[in-house]
Write a protein that binds this ligand. Structure first.
Ligand SMILES: C[S@@+](CC[C@H](N)C(=O)[O-])C[C@H]1O[C@@H](n2cnc3c(N)ncnc32)[C@H](O)[C@@H]1O
Length: 407
């Protein structure tokens, strides 16, 4: 058992030293987010307080780096309870070396998953593939590890039959819909969804998120909450030996788990303690409602953009997407039901102000208060109005003369 004076607090000190002070088999989960061997110095300034934070991720050699982590990982194994688990966060710089070390310390048979945390990044600065994931190695101390299965929603493309109907192997050993003696398809009992996979799409905190505290490499609380809920219960003890701004401890506290954070930086410890006093956790729409919810385009807008092979733009009143043309981006606006064509033109003009686009396109979807002729350049502006096909057909049908009724 951990002494109650050791829980629900942040210690300032060396990870190895502080871990050594914990009794064996006393901790349910250890999450580690150590330096990644990026050979960089990380620095950031808090937008709210103006305070600067930094930490060094520079080592003389890989051996030096592993000399920091390997003894810490051995201590982690010692402090874990028999059904305890460890999550080691790393990335491409040293993940391959760390996995070998984890296999040695925890045993290949106790490797549970490599979680890929993926997030969106915008950068075109270098040649090669844009790196947009990090790796988290999940090991258990034994076979009898605690695991709370989490189910996620079916993807929108899942066939309704797959959800509703039971499956079984047929005489040929193939997976098929199960049938009763009369040959009727057997409906499944209530299905819970799909077990959570090892690829986690969780957005990095945006620069304006209230949860952002200004600490470099700060992880989202939602990400830690997911780990904590998977492998611990209320009242369990969670330890983070490289806790930085205390994200793991904030997540543990929010879920009624005990925590013990360690960091050698006095600034980080002070910040982590402050975060624990004034807990701020941003709600992630993507996480709570799924990646599809991130798109605010309706079905019609999405289909128009898809037909133009346009890149959708979210949360912008004047631009719905961009078409690529000869290496340039052309903004597109789809006129909304409630907008007149002049509103739509004004909105794309406003959204494009200060940017030099070769052209701007408005897809006209109704005739409300149309001031200009469709399909023409408007005065001296470079906005081109193109009527949506359905509108052209409606227009054509309206102008068709009705056949005279025979007398
Ligand atoms: C990647 S950051 C952790 C960020 C944290 N997960 C968060 O969300 O804010 C790594 C942290 O390890 C700390 N650190 C580096 N070497 C350490 C050591 N030997 N003992 C304890 N802390 C250390 C650094 O001060 C830094 O805060």
């Amino acid at each position: 058992m951990i002494d109650s004076s050791k829980v629900d607090l942040i210690a300032c000190g060396e990870a190895l030293v502080e871990l050594r002070s914990l009794p064996s088999e006393s901790v349910h989960l250890v999450y580690l987010d150590p330096p990644f061997f990026s050979q960089k110095s990380h620095g950031l300034t808090s937008r709210t307080t103006g305070q600067s934070y930094s930490f060094d991720d520079k080592f003389d050699s890989l051996e030096d780096y592993l000399a920091l982590l390997v003894p810490v990982l051995r201590e982690v194994r010692r402090v874990l309870v028999e059904d305890g688990t460890v999550f080691l966060h790393c990335d491409r710089y040293a993940s391959h070396h760390l996995r070998v070390e984890m296999d040695k310390i925890f045993g290949v048979e106790n490797f549970r998953s490599e979680i890929i945390w993926t997030y969106r990044r915008w950068s075109n600065s270098k040649k090669g593939l844009l790196n947009s994931h990090q790796n988290i190695y999940f090991y258990s101390k034994s076979d009898a590890f605690k695991f709370n299965q989490v189910f996620t929603d079916y993807s929108p493309s899942t066939n309704i039959d797959q959800i509703l109907q039971e499956r079984a192997r047929n005489a040929l050993g193939r997976c098929a819909y199960k049938r009763n003696e009369s040959g009727e398809v057997v409906l499944a009992k209530e299905k819970k969804g799909v077990p959570l996979s090892d690829v986690w799409s969780i957005p990095y905190l945006n620069p304006k998120a209230r949860e952002r505290c200004g600490y470099p490499t700060q992880k989202p609380v939602a990400f830690l909450q997911r780990i904590i809920e998977l492998v611990t219960d209320k009242g369990d003890i969670v330890v983070d030996p490289f806790c930085g701004s205390g994200t793991t401890c904030v997540a543990a506290k929010s879920l009624s788990r005990h925590f013990y954070g360690i960091d050698k930086s006095a600034d980080a410890v002070q910040l982590a303690r402050k975060r624990l006093d004034e807990m701020v956790i941003s709600e992630s729409q993507v996480l709570s409602s799924g990646i599809e919810s991130f798109s605010e385009k309706d079905e019609f807008q999405s289909s128009v953009l898809a037909s133009l092979d346009a890149i959708p733009v979210q949360r912008n009143k004047g631009i719905d997407g961009f078409i690529r043309k000869d290496g340039h981006l052309i903004p597109v606006k789809i006129q909304k039901e409630s907008e007149t064509i002049d509103d739509a033109i004004a909105l794309i003009g406003h959204a494009s102000r200060g940017k030099s686009f070769a052209a701007k396109i408005v897809i006209q979807t109704n005739f409300r208060h149309s001031l200009f002729g469709a399909g023409e350049f408007l005065g001296d502006t470079d906005v081109k109005v193109i009527p949506y096909l359905g509108l052209q057909i409606e227009d054509a049908l309206n102008s068709v003369k009705r056949p005279r009724m025979a007398k």
